[in-house]
Design a protein around this ligand. Structure first.
Ligand SMILES: *[C@@H]1O[C@H](CO)[C@@H](O)[C@H](O)[C@H]1NC(C)=O
Ligand SMILES: *[C@@H]1O[C@H](CO)[C@@H](O)[C@H](O)[C@H]1NC(C)=O
Ligand SMILES: *[C@@H]1O[C@H](CO)[C@@H](O)[C@H](O)[C@H]1NC(C)=O
Ligand SMILES: *[C@@H]1O[C@H](CO)[C@@H](O)[C@H](O)[C@H]1NC(C)=O
Ligand SMILES: *[C@@H]1O[C@H](CO)[C@@H](O)[C@H](O)[C@H]1NC(C)=O
Ligand SMILES: *[C@@H]1O[C@H](CO)[C@@H](O)[C@H](O)[C@H]1NC(C)=O
Ligand SMILES: *[C@@H]1O[C@H](CO)[C@@H](O)[C@H](O)[C@H]1NC(C)=O
Ligand SMILES: *[C@@H]1O[C@H](CO)[C@@H](O)[C@H](O)[C@H]1NC(C)=O
Ligand SMILES: *[C@@H]1O[C@H](CO)[C@@H](O)[C@H](O)[C@H]1NC(C)=O
Ligand SMILES: *[C@@H]1O[C@H](CO)[C@@H](O)[C@H](O)[C@H]1NC(C)=O
Length: 532
């Protein structure tokens, strides 16, 4: 019965296959990376048969020189893939030096099966290159089509509760950012003041009403049916069998870098000591330069000089008198938890006020000795999590407008992981509203620090998880956020967690390890307290 309902839902939501075919061809024509004037005769891009090479690998390199890497995409028959569209990631590293960095800008398609990645060399010694094929172009096309033709690839439950005739009554229905079941009576739970949509089918088995909506939760069965319907065939599923595999090198995989010649005046970003201290506006969102690099396990920003906070000891003075808000997803909660753990001798989390879900918040920790408070809460629907009290749900726009902001208020937000299952215009709408709310906040309280923490990479194995949470979606959202905020980047702080995790290691995890969170926290503290 349940299965039947889902099949019904999907036919309604997604339409017939011919509609999807139409969307797919429309998408191809508008995609800049695809060269439709040359029909592709080759097969699926193969990580094993593609290669990369360093341009001028034998040349003498100095710190701050540019390193260019070419990746040549081929299929399993070794045919060049002339249409582009592959999702390739390249990083430089030296494991002995605990050094690593992401590329300057995105990997770009040059045509004729060739891609280019560029780096600025940052440390003396060997710099190795690693290229990997995150998804072949054919898989990217499936992901793009799923995003652009399915309005939602994740489903949710709503729980309605009440007391009727002295009896507790409960009824669960399905919810989403669009009407989950066409023609069914729905409860419109949209927050009209901020135009953020949310709909649940109305209770039918009980006498509960829309005003009895009380709890929200992810519905994995409904989600699975949604994302399965985003795939057309078994062949398409097989495109996700190999992900993030290294591409073999042609020639040497490293260059040797020496100190710069002393009498050459290099730009400031080449030597960390000459950079200005990190402060609001330091990180330009229009500059494609990598955010920074790791060297001996320590992160150096390429935009500004970070303060060398040691957490907890030297961070307390900076935190004194401050109120910090972390508003976002579990990757934002990591910062709250990191502070609570590192400063546990005086920073005490309050017991939850309601029957709240600690993963979603709201949570508060107070340090009465050093006089500061730290808050965490989730960014609002969609919430891919366990049962959460719906009365606790607050969108970033709402929180910003309510904020009793002072120069001692610090507001950090993140928005990506729960929105990779939605189309781009939904995300864009949300981010534009958030930007407007940040601008309103700054008109009320110009000195309040607002910091955006970016998305990060994650692991995604199967076709099903890829079509919901692939890094391809996350990066597209991340780039959109940067594009929207770049006209306002002089007024905000930016924690480029994407660049950090790519520089740090080959391992992708939705919850990056302590090395990343402490680096992000040090960046935040530098923005909060730029002066030594
Ligand atoms: C393509 O890769 C496969 C697997 O590594 C290998 O066996 C084959 O020889 C390669 N083809 C060519 C033409 O290099
Ligand atoms: C697209 O194909 C045309 C015709 O072969 C070619 O002239 C052009 O350079 C190609 N563009 C890219 C970006 O590959
Ligand atoms: C509800 O419970 C109260 C006390 O237990 C009782 O007096 C009342 O009659 C009940 N009402 C209904 C509608 O059952
Ligand atoms: C939904 O309602 C419309 C208009 O009343 C009707 O044309 C359509 O067939 C209905 N769909 C289903 C699945 O009942
Ligand atoms: C709903 O209320 C009506 C009128 O009070 C009652 O007849 C009906 O049995 C109720 N239905 C349920 C499912 O409780
Ligand atoms: C300084 O650099 C110039 C070229 O940039 C070079 O001709 C000159 O020999 C250098 N001087 C020293 C002392 O290295
Ligand atoms: C904290 O606020 C108090 C009261 O305004 C002030 O006296 C004190 O200097 C502040 N401490 C810091 C570190 O800013
Ligand atoms: C604690 O910090 C607040 C500012 O956030 C300040 O108004 C207050 O005076 C401080 N309290 C003490 C005891 O310093
Ligand atoms: C979800 O929450 C319920 C209680 O509301 C709990 O019983 C259940 O174990 C939770 N599930 C997970 C996966 O945490
Ligand atoms: C994407 O979502 C927006 C609403 O958020 C909708 O207007 C638009 O039609 C959607 N596009 C597709 C292709 O589903």
């Amino acid at each position: 019965m349940l299965e039947l309902i889902f099949v019904f839902i999907f036919q309604q939501v997604f339409g017939s296959t011919s509609t999807r075919g139409h969307y797919a061809s429309t998408v191809q024509q508008t995609t800049p990376h695809l060269n439709i004037s040359r029909p592709e005769t080759a097969g699926v891009t193969s990580d094993k048969n593609s290669t990369y090479y360093i341009i001028d690998a034998s040349r003498k390199y100095q710190i701050c020189d540019r390193l260019d890497v070419i990746i040549e995409a081929r299929d399993s028959k070794n045919q060049l893939k002339v249409n582009g569209g592959d999702y390739i990631r390249v990083r430089i590293y030296n494991n002995d030096l605990k050094a690593g960095a992401s590329a300057d800008g995105e990997v770009s398609y040059l045509g004729d099966g060739k891609y280019k990645a560029s780096f600025t060399l940052r440390w003396v010694g060997k710099t190795f290159v690693r290229a990997s094929l995150v998804h072949p172009a054919e898989a990217v096309n499936v992901l793009r089509r799923a995003r652009d033709t399915c309005p939602t690839r994740c489903g949710y439950n709503g729980r309605f509760t009440g007391t009727i005739g002295n009896k507790s009554v409960v009824e669960d229905t399905v919810c989403n950012i669009i009407t989950p079941v066409p023609n069914a009576t729905v409860c419109d739970l949209t927050r009209h003041a901020i135009a953020e949509p949310w709909f649940c089918t109305a209770p039918t088995k009980t006498n509960l009403t829309c005003s009895d909506f009380a709890w929200t939760c992810v519905n994995s069965k409904y989600s699975a049916a949604l994302y399965r319907s985003a795939m057309l065939t078994k062949d398409e599923e097989s495109l996700f069998g190999r992900q993030k595999q290294p591409i073999p090198v042609r020639g040497v995989n490293f260059v040797t870098v020496t100190e710069p010649e002393k009498n050459i005046s290099s730009p400031a970003h080449c030597s960390n000591e000459r950079l200005p201290p990190c402060t609001v506006g330091s990180h330009s969102l229009s500059n494609p330069m990598a955010a920074g690099y790791f060297f001996k396990g320590h992160w150096y920003s390429n935009y500004c000089r970070l303060r060398s906070f040691v957490i907890p000891s030297s961070s307390l003075e900076c935190l004194t008198n401050k109120t910090l808000y972390f508003h976002g997803d579990s990757t934002t909660r990591q910062y709250y938890e990191y502070l609570v753990m590192s400063l546990k001798s005086s920073l005490k989390p309050n017991p939850p006020t309601k029957q709240s879900n600690w993963k979603v918040g709201p949570s508060i920790a107070e340090d009465k000795v050093n006089n500061f408070t730290v808050h965490y809460r989730h960014h609002g629907y969609p919430i891919r999590n366990n049962w959460t009290d719906a009365s606790e749900v607050k969108y970033i726009e709402e929180a910003l407008d309510e904020l009793q902001a002072t120069p001692d208020t610090v507001y950090v937000f993140t928005l990506w992981a729960h929105l990779t299952t939605l189309n781009m215009s939904f995300y864009e709408h949300r981010v534009r509203r958030i930007k407007a709310a940040v601008e309103r906040l700054h008109r009320r309280s110009p000195e309040t620090l607002v910091v955006i923490k970016s998305a990060n990479t994650r692991s995604h194995g199967s076709a099903g998880s890829s079509v919901m949470v692939s890094d391809w979606y996350a990066r597209e959202l991340d780039m959109k956020l940067r594009e929207i905020f770049k006209s306002y980047d002089k007024k905000i702080g930016f924690i480029d967690q994407w660049s950090m995790v790519v520089g740090f290691s080959n391992v992708d995890a939705i919850h990056p390890g302590q090395g990343i969170i402490s680096t992000g926290m040090r960046t935040l503290l530098s923005y909060m307290c730029p002066k030594e």
